[in-house]
Design a protein around this ligand. Structure first.
Ligand code: ADP
Length: 644
């Protein structure tokens, strides 16, 4: 019996596409055919557990054989096989919704692109790799495909033959065992592509490792090996040995207790091309609304390109050990872009596309859960192995800060306890929780200062009073720090306060009144200084924070000096964003008294003093002074005057 039948319409389109597909994707045919074979064995196994009349077997196998001379590759399984009807319905039609959807998507793409470039296939043809296009992918590499199959439920066996054109033929054949054997007659070599690579042992071995390493059944192949010749020393001969190419049980599916840290680390190094050990790994086995296993790694150092546009975040996605996607970016939030690893979930189908992933509730659930687990693991590390946490924070602290800051602080409550800071009073970095725990009895707010070093903070005139009170001060080094503090607003009910911004509220009532009165009394002097500075400062005040230093510059609430500096470096930021500058004078300092006297004697002399004071304050704050030459001249004049 032999008959010729026509493919259904959509199948024709898919075939056409496969034949003309771009080259980068061609190799996935092997993954697809092996997956089908594995599914067929799964079905056999499942049925044999249910039905006692079926022969149980324990020799499940997917066998590959390569024939260089005939340019063929054969994929053979001892699974459930197909009946005549199944053969027509499965291979003659696109039955599966995944493939049907793929075709829909392709039509869309093609109609879009056709308006611009009629003859070319959609550039987005990459999606082939992400869809389970299954059996038809064979035609990407084969000019003719033969499928020999016998169903578990049939005594007859059939041969399906197709060249991927309009028709296929079906013949009855003899086949002893249930199962399917697919022979691909590889296409002839072209200038662009050498199809015969798929008869090369080494290539096929690598493809199995890459795509199908964790298929549950042995994938076997006769492999040429050099073996010692018996009786003859140092003599070797080539022998064909049947080898299993896949690992079968993936490391993430093995019992935790059976895998050493070294093995987890080795897997990381090989898989993610890092020569260092990771800082730590996290293995999650989650059973719930969505079942999945995740093996996650935190690298010990940030890759050099972590912040470049080219860096692609994401985790690898597997379904039942079959590789689907390399970088599923939906699985990790931006601020955790440095996380490496994979997710394996039986609840995801191979037919999942990038578009579907974005909308997939399963993926969202997994991602949320993974994020929580990583945060709690980091919290744990901070509490139990601070040195290691410090190492983490040095590499990725900035990422955590971006996490706090991103999306208007949507995740700040989740992340705030991961932040650690250098402080004035502490030898090591501390968390905000620790800061609050160590606060002085009368202290209400959390103080911070932006500076490169602790010494620089301690030298700030604005620190005078805080030092006396022994209040601790967070030292902010990173550009993003002040923005993070702004987003946080408070911690545990304590507001954040910059040591050089706004009012510090540190004085008791009497002292407050004294300064208020003094501000009134000296108003003419203060106004004269402000006027002399000609719009450079927004206000001149008697300071409530200075005890030792003569002068300082502070900003009003809102944009701080540090933020102004950062914002100025950014492109497209409004030039007018400026911190309010307030010049504060220490009324107890001899300089203040000297100026006061000079002003009383000769009000015109205030101009030079004002300029000198202001420039000093600018220098201390790390700003540039407008006219260094004039500043130097004024200084010289003053020195000469004081010596007269
Ligand atoms: P999918 O794998 O997405 O279903 P395919 O085109 O790869 O799409 O396969 C279509 C159908 O053909 C499968 O669902 C299965 O029923 C059948 N099939 C394919 N390969 C095999 C095989 N090796 N053994 C038994 N059935 C198979």
């Amino acid at each position: 019996m032999s008959e010729t039948r026509e493919f259904k319409t959509e199948s024709k389109r898919l075939l056409d596409l496969m034949i003309n597909s771009i080259y980068t994707n061609k190799e996935i045919f092997l993954r697809e055919l092996i997956s089908n074979a594995s599914d067929a064995i799964d079905k056999y196994h499942y049925l044999s557990l249910q039905d006692e009349t079926l022969p149980r077997r324990n020799d499940y196998e997917i066998n590959l054989s390569l024939d260089k001379d005939n340019n063929t590759i054969v994929i053979k399984d001892n699974g459930i096989g197909m009946t005549y009807d199944e053969l027509i319905n499965s291979l003659g039609t696109i039955a599966k919704s995944g493939s049907a959807e793929f075709i829909e998507r392709l039509k869309e793409l093609q109609s879009k692109e056709n308006t611009e470039n009629k003859d070319e296939l959609p550039s987005d043809i990459d999606i082939i790799g992400q869809f389970g296009v299954g059996f038809y992918s064979a035609f990407m590499v084969a000019k003719k495909v033969e499928v020999r199959t016998r169903s578990l439920y049939d005594t007859k066996a059939y041969l399906f033959t197709s060249t991927g054109e309009e028709t296929y033929s079906i013949d009855e054949i003899e086949k002893e065992d249930s199962g399917t054997e697919i022979t691909l007659y590889l296409r002839d070599k072209t200038d662009e592509y050498d199809y015969s690579q798929f008869t090369d042992e080494w290539t096929v071995k690598n493809l199995v490792k890459k795509y199908s390493d964790y298929v549950r059944y042995p994938i076997t192949m006769l492999v040429t090996e050099s073996v010692p010749v018996e009786g003859k020393k140092d003599k070797y001969e080539d022998k064909q040995v049947l080898k299993t190419l896949n690992t079968m049980t993936p490391i993430w599916k093995k019992n935790k207790n059976d895998v050493t840290d070294e093995e987890y680390n080795k897997f990381y190094q090989e898989k993610y091309y890092d020569f260092r050990d990771p800082l730590l790994h996290i293995l999650l086995n989650v059973e719930g609304k969505v079942n999945y296993t995740a093996l996650l790694y935190i690298p010990s150092q940030a890759p050099y390109n972590l912040y470049s546009e080219k860096y692609e975040k994401g985790l690898q996605l597997y379904s039942k050990g079959v590789f689907i996607i390399d970088k599923c970016k939906e699985l990790v939030p931006d601020y955790l872009r440095f996380i490496k690893g994979l997710v394996d979930s039986p609840d995801l189908s191979l037919n999942i596309s990038r578009e579907m992933l974005q909308k997939s509730q399963e993926i969202t659930d997994i991602a949320t859960n993974i994020e929580k687990k990583i945060i709690s693991r980091l919290q744990n590390l901070q509490e139990n192995d601070f040195d290691k946490y410090l190492e983490f924070f040095k590499s990725f602290g900035v990422n955590i800060k971006f996490g706090v800051y991103d999306d208007f602080g949507m995740k700040k409550d989740m992340l705030k306890d991961l932040l650690i800071y250098d402080t004035v009073n502490s030898e090591k970095m501390i968390s905000l929780k620790e800061y609050v725990k160590n606060m002085k009895e009368d202290q209400k707010e959390i103080y911070y200062a932006s500076a490169k070093t602790k010494e620089a903070v301690l030298a700030m005139p604005q620190m005078d009073l805080l030092k006396k009170k022994e209040y601790d001060v967070l030292i902010l080094h990173d550009d993003v720090d002040e923005f993070v503090i702004q987003v946080l607003e408070e911690y545990d009910g304590h507001k954040f306060k910059s040591v050089n911004q706004g009012d510090l509220d540190l004085l008791d009532k009497d002292e407050e009144k004294k300064i208020k009165d003094l501000n009134k009394e000296k108003k003419p002097l203060l106004d004269a200084i402000k006027e002399a500075l000609n719009g450079e400062v927004d206000d001149v005040k008697i300071s409530k924070r200075l005890t030792d230093s003569a002068v300082c510059l502070v900003s009003g609430d809102g944009v701080s000096f540090e933020m102004e500096k950062v914002l100025k470096q950014m492109p497209n930021v409004n030039e007018n964003i400026k911190a309010n500058k307030i010049l504060e004078l220490n009324s107890n300092h001899p300089v203040f008294k000297a100026i006061d006297e000079a002003y009383t004697k000769d009000s015109a002399s205030i101009k030079d003093y004002a300029e000198l004071l202001y420039n000093q304050a600018l220098i201390i704050e790390g700003f540039k002074i407008k006219d260094p030459l004039r500043f130097s001249e004024l200084m010289c004049e003053l020195m000469i005057k004081s010596n007269k």
